[in-house]
Design a protein around this ligand. Sequence first.
Ligand code: FNR
Length: 194
Amino acid sequence: MNAKILVFSGSLRTGSYNTQLAKAAIKILSAEGAEVTEITLADYPLPILDADLLENDGAPENAVKLAQLFQVHDGLFIACPEYNSSIPPLLKNVLDWVSVTKSDGTHDLKPYAGLTVALGSASPGALGGIRGLYHVRSVLMNVGTQIITEQCSVANAGKSFAEDGMPSDERTLSLLKKTCRSLLERVTVGRGRV
Ligand code: FNR
């Protein structure tokens, strides 16, 4: 059974560097034999989480869809921008909504249980958004995922992707490969399908 990996970018921006990084990760994960699902968060718009919304109306349909997607995959690869040294609101809102989505109306959902996550970031800045990943990691630890140690940050992202879509710097490319391989080594294959 191949590992099922869900990949998405934490940016909706046209021309997003993080979406480029997500696509580079997909190439590597697919070459390593993973069954990859790519989504864009643009397809799952959500209101800003307000506990009144949850209490009065339950989780929105898109939160349920995302929770189901998290649940049926063995691992995630998230490529995420850094906003003011931290996690951007889009991703935080998604992770929060999924954390409070406990049922799809018929079945109980445990979207984070046993899920393994790998992280990447890209930024036009010299640090590649690496400071934000600390905060993303902290949120994902809090909800109970297993996060792999390796991560890949692409600095000076406007000029750091080659024509083939991969990071042009050899060290960065090697780190991205290491991160993807480590994710595949650590996932519990089939966890979402038992
Ligand atoms: C940024 N950006 C940014 N970059 C960075 O390296 N460190 C930071 O702390 C921030 N802070 C920040 C805050 C806000 C509100 C915005 C809108 C942007 C710049 C950011 O890295 C840049 O816009 C990237 O292009 C965002 O990623 P995508 O959209 O290209 O994937």
